[in-house]
Ligand binder design. Structure first.
Ligand SMILES: [Zn+2]
Ligand SMILES: [Zn+2]
Length: 126
């Protein structure tokens, strides 16, 4: 019998990614669920206020893996964009998957999308 002394790590199962609408520059939260191993699925998006983000201390933990968007994902709560992107500045914003060029509402960078997201800052849902 193998003894398992590993303390169960505080593993995040559901997290909130803080994103900004690329059209209206408003903040929203993306609910992301860890379905297995390193696979994360985003299945909900909701409007959020900046002071709430600060108070709750979202975007504290870095998670890595594959990020998928559930068919149930309602899209950006402001403009309805069906996808989101992770900019090299470390921030997330909504994106229309039909558009190849994206402009980051956080840092102003603009350019073609650069492959799938592999890591993300996430806040735990309480
Ligand atoms: Zn949007
Ligand atoms: Zn950026």
């Amino acid at each position: 019998m193998i003894e398992n002394n590993d303390k169960p790590q505080k593993k995040i199962k559901v997290g909130i990614i803080i994103a900004k609408c690329s059209k209206f520059k408003e903040l929203f939260g993306i609910r992301t669920e860890n379905i297995n191993n390193d696979n994360w699925v985003s299945n909900w998006a909701f409007k959020i206020k900046e002071d709430v983000v600060k108070r709750e201390g979202y975007d504290k933990t870095k998670i890595a893996g594959s990020f998928l968007i559930s068919p149930e994902y309602p899209g950006c709560p402001y403009c309805g964009n069906n996808n989101y992107v992770y900019c090299c500045c470390g921030k997330v914003s909504c994106h229309n998957s039909n558009e190849e060029i994206f402009t980051c509402p956080w840092c102003g960078n603009s350019g073609p999308l650069s492959g799938p997201v592999t890591e993300m800052d996430i806040g735990s849902d309480r």
